[in-house]
Design a protein around this ligand. Sequence first.
Ligand code: IPD
Ligand code: CA
Length: 273
Amino acid sequence: MKTHHDWQEIFVECKMNVQASIKPCLATIKEPQPNLGIGAGGDVMKPMDLAAEKAIVDTLEAHGVSFTLISEESGVQKFGTTPDSCFVTADPIDGSSNFMRGLPFYCCSIAVSDKPMLDAVYAGMVADLFHDVTYTALKGKGAFADGEKLRPSKITSLNDAMIGLDLNTYKAKDVAPKVTALIGQTKHLRHFGANALELCYVADGLTDAFVDLRGKLRATDVAASFLILKEAGGIITTPENQPANIVLDPKQTLSFVASGNSQIHEKILSLVK
Ligand code: IPD
Ligand code: CA
């Protein structure tokens, strides 16, 4: 059952409160940041991760939302009296390593669903916290960046394409052979370091596709951006061209190919293993 909340309004407030909550951390960015234990997603938690998560929870509670939080940091927690009617999947800061080095590419990702399944997400936001751009989507209603309708790229030739490729892994020996043919045929490759936001770049036509075959990207990273890309008109499948649907849990991971249009998607699928 979908809740009656005005998600658009709540998302914008979440973004503003997250931005305010991480400001003190930005001021001390050049100093060593304390480790606050291992988060539910398996990474070390830093002060800005927990500050951002608290800002999200506080904002939802202030709006009277009862929900089950599925977070990359604190894991699964229930809030309010009917938490099983609304699942909020969050990566409070995606691109934490960029943030800690002062690299201006990091975001906050929040997805809302009535079941803890990726294909049940009906509202999503990815906020580019540095450039202050808010990407949002509601199922069946399109995807927007600060109110402007998103349109993915129409580029179909790999020779003209700019493709995001995540090779961020120690297991290069396993992943490299899967993408060697694609690398050999693609003119421009990129990886900016916050995959939720990179998927919004595909939705916005800034890049043409994004490929992550490491099998380690978490459900919390993609829950909102998959809806945003699909609502913009893009395509996401597994490398085997199956629907990319997984349980929303901080430990669930996946491999996928995400593209701006079906022609380039087919070309990429034919080249990856
Ligand atoms: C990371 C980013 C990065 C990807 C990593 C993710 P985090 O998220 O999305 O681009 O290569 O696999 O874990 O840790 O900064 O939230
Ligand atoms: Ca992340």
